[in-house]
Design a protein around this ligand. Sequence first.
Ligand code: C2E
Ligand code: CA
Ligand code: CA
Ligand code: CA
Length: 268
Amino acid sequence: AKTKGRGRHAFFDVDLRERTHRRLQLEQDLREAPRRGQLWLAYQPIVDLRTGETTTVEALLRWNHPRYGLISPAEFIPLAEDSDLINLIGGHMLRMATEEILGPRQRYPGLQLTVNLSARQLDDPALVPAVREASQVSGLPPSAMCLEITESALMLDPTAAGRTLAAVRELGARLAIDDFGTGYSSLAQLMTLPLDTLKIDRTFVSGLGESRDAEAIVTSIIAMAHAVDLTVVAEGVEHEHQLEILRELGCDLAQGYHLGRPVPADQL
Ligand code: C2E
Ligand code: CA
Ligand code: CA
Ligand code: CA
């Protein structure tokens, strides 16, 4: 048993060392990734539950690393957030997305683009100019763009976030609160922010049809959001029965593997 224990311990050390090494390597490589063309965007459709039409696509970052292969944003976005890289990458992502959406928009004229913002970008004075510039260079009107901010990012500093959001809104872009239900914001706090859309986190959507609690939570989120005139998107819809329940509950839009996986722009 002792040998086994030591073995496990040694294995853990190797594992930890490897993960630390990977992290450092990725942090370093991420700096060069935009310039080397290793970052690309996958787009996932967001569908109107009444008409069945795709009204919006969400841009989701991908990184093709020369050694580690395809890396998830769940791994590299936090690394970028720990350094100032997030602002560089965020700007790069905005330019790519506003260019790439133009082709699909010719085929589907009203198509909207929604992009993700990090907490760090909310207090970057370059954010608003970057949105304006991406719109001017591509010709995509700000009114065709939405910026998503997670509930937890908004709550870090609601006052500062409110100022940035007001400036983004001034440009004509829309704003969405992402992963709603996972943070601890109150309706009173949310109402002070100039939001257009609320995205219900996948954890609640996946419980639909299985737990009464999930259905009660989703019902009340939709009622609350509609009461303050927000459009509601359900995230992470993987099954038809979830879609049916969401329709019955009066949810406006939905997104998830059941409706379409994230794909490169030319496959939209
Ligand atoms: P998110 O904004 O909540 O995006 C939704 C995530 O759920 C995406 O993961 C998407 O691929 C995944 N997803 C969509 N439908 C389903 C489904 O039916 N089932 C399941 N299990 N998952 C589904 P992804 O692409 O790995 O992105 C992870 C997170 O990384 C995003 O979560 C977002 O917070 C962040 N992220 C992605 N792109 C960017 C970016 O350009 N900038 C910033 N700051 N963050 C980004
Ligand atoms: Ca999002
Ligand atoms: Ca989300
Ligand atoms: Ca999320």
